[in-house]
Write a protein that binds this ligand. Structure first.
Ligand code: ATP
Length: 355
């Protein structure tokens, strides 16, 4: 595989504010990479730096092996798709598609032929004479995508392109964008604050916090082996439960700080008396009988969605449990849980680093 995009020790300051901290990242040709993280973590800044819309303070950005630091945006040969679509309202779909080709000196006939070819791929063939105001949100999104595709760029950059759409259309467009990416053999970098979007669309997920990359890897790698408590809490929905605990004298048990006598076995060897944080995914906690119980907690509220039921305990900290069916547990009732010890996540209580 060849590297298409490269960040080497990139730093970005806005005045005195340190927005990107030592960012190094390689993106392979053909990859779909999601930049994800809470609001303000720097994902848009990273994307905009790649596009040339922000000037980095130090470090290096390369596209297809060529250094981009001083390259103006229009010469970087990349296409950007924004959430606002940025379509020209006074131009038809076809004119929106051909515009950038025409400004790059392509003959009208050739530009129109190319527009029709792209419209075929994106399912816009019947809408070429319409104006943006005559299109649905999803159709506008497709025009924006088509306009990006038509220039055959080295990479597609997406900045939260689906956040204006309703939930059902978002799920649909997620698949459309991914299918288009595969069909075109494109390299895509996709910014979102939605971890589900990142997990379902991308081959690689880059999770950022406060200007740094916390973890980069395949989606399930982040889910299975989060490097720290922040990653563990961000990836997965509902979020992982965190319970403070102390390692028992035998080094193989975890005394949970959540009411009396709640102890979990641990398959590894740990330092006796160590202060840790135990991470339990709601979907890994199994409802069992009293005899099989490792944990017994009282139900505060249950939410049935049909396929699954969410249970929330009245303990401190609260524990969320996802049950793959319905339950008869009622509020105020004590219920019993087990977890496969292999699925217990452990973090250093001080640093949050995975143990
Ligand atoms: P969101 O999901 O809210 O869009 P983000 O992760 O994309 O967030 P950025 O837009 O990259 O975050 O912003 C990162 C940080 O840099 C934020 O704290 C923001 O306030 C700051 N920032 C962004 N642009 C500027 C600017 N032009 N001047 C000063 N600070 C800025």
């Amino acid at each position: 595989m060849t590297t298409q995009i490269e960040f080497n020790a990139v730093e970005k300051y806005y005045g005195r504010f340190h927005a990107l901290k030592n960012i190094s990242l390689e993106i392979e040709k053909g990859a779909f990479v999601a930049l994800v993280g809470p609001s303000g973590c720097g994902k848009s800044t990273l994307l905009r730096s790649l596009a040339g819309l922000e000037k980095i303070s130090s470090g290096e950005i390369k596209i297809a092996g060529e250094k981009m630091n001083h390259m103006p945006p229009r010469k970087r040969d990349i296409a950007m798709v924004f959430q606002s679509y940025a379509l020209y309202p006074h131009m038809s779909v076809e004119e929106n598609l051909t515009y950038s080709l025409r400004t790059h000196g392509v003959k009208k006939k050739d530009a129109q032929a190319k527009a029709r070819e792209v419209a075929d791929t994106t399912g816009l063939s019947n809408l070429l004479t319409r104006y943006p105001r005559e299109l649905s949100g999803g159709q506008r999104q497709r025009v924006a995508m088509s306009r990006a595709i038509i220039r055959d760029p080295k990479a597609f950059l997406f900045d939260e392109p689906l956040s204006n759409l309703d939930a059902a259309l978002r799920v649909h467009m997620r698949k459309e964008i991914r299918t288009l990416h595969d069909r075109l053999g494109a390299t895509s970098v996709y910014v979102t604050h939605d971890q589900i979007e990142a997990m379902t669309m991308a081959d690689r997920v880059v999770l950022m916090k406060e200007g740094r990359i916390e973890q980069e890897g395949a989606p399930l790698e982040l889910y299975d082996k989060p490097v720290n408590q922040f990653v563990a809490g961000f990836i997965g929905s509902p979020a992982m439960n965190f319970i403070p605990a102390t390692v028992g004298e035998d080094g193989q048990s975890l005394k949970l700080d959540i009411g009396e006598g709640q102890t979990l076995p641990y398959p590894g060897r740990l330092e006796a008396g160590k202060a840790v944080t135990v991470g339990l995914r709601p979907e890994h906690l199994m409802l069992v009988s009293k005899e099989e119980a490792q944990l017994s907690l009282k139900l505060r509220i249950g939410e049935a969605t049909g396929a699954t039921t969410y249970l929330f305990t009245d303990s401190d900290p609260e524990v969320a449990v996802v049950v793959n069916d319905r339950t008869t547990v009622t509020p105020g009732e004590t219920f019993h849980l087990r977890i496969d010890p292999e699925r217990i996540h452990l973090f250093d209580r001080e640093t949050g680093v995975r143990l």
